[in-house]
Design a protein around this ligand. Structure first.
Ligand SMILES: [Fe+2]
Length: 160
């Protein structure tokens, strides 16, 4: 069966570390979609959602650090978009916990469209800036390994 979220080469921002993390985000959204579609137990669905939330937070933190270190002039605006999504997700998680909401296809489509628009509208802009003005930092070696092996929680703890 077709996946909810198919990657398109147009989504590449040109910075391989960021592109590979976006691919993992797509894989996690698809994993959540499959869990809902196949009526997996709510605990499993919830765990997948938590994984997606943690991965997203860590990915945002990495992007924002790259922005700060490369003196990206639109850092504050971009960070604002990340924070707005995280706030929305926290509200959703509370609703899930209280039984007021469930994870629906509508939500999955919202996440998919948010990510596509965010990549095309603002991440690409930063990608072009970073290619021209930034260099891959030393800490990215560790971050990249953590993010592509889905061991980001260890990375997150190490930076706390
Ligand atoms: Fe971003």
């Amino acid at each position: 069966m077709a996946e909810l979220f198919e990657w398109d080469d147009d989504y590449n921002v040109g910075v391989s570390d960021i592109d590979e993390q976006h691919l993992e985000l797509v894989a996690l959204i698809n994993q959540l979609h499959r869990a809902i579609r196949d009526h997996k137990a709510s605990k499993q669905v919830r765990n997948t959602l938590d994984e997606l939330i943690e991965y997203t937070r860590t990915h945002f933190a990495i992007e924002e650090r790259l922005m700060r270190e490369s003196n990206y002039p639109e850092y504050e605006t971009h960070r604002g978009y990340h924070e707005a999504l995280i706030d929305q997700i926290h509200v959703l998680r509370e609703k899930l916990d209280s039984g007021e909401a469930s994870i629906t296809f509508e939500l999955l489509h919202f996440l998919r469209m948010w990510l596509i628009r965010h990549i095309l509208d603002v991440d690409k802009h930063f990608g072009a800036y970073f290619i021209a003005n930034g260099t891959r930092p030393e800490w990215m070696v560790e971050a990249h390994a953590a993010m592509t092996n889905r061991r980001w929680w260890q990375f997150w703890k190490a930076r706390a």
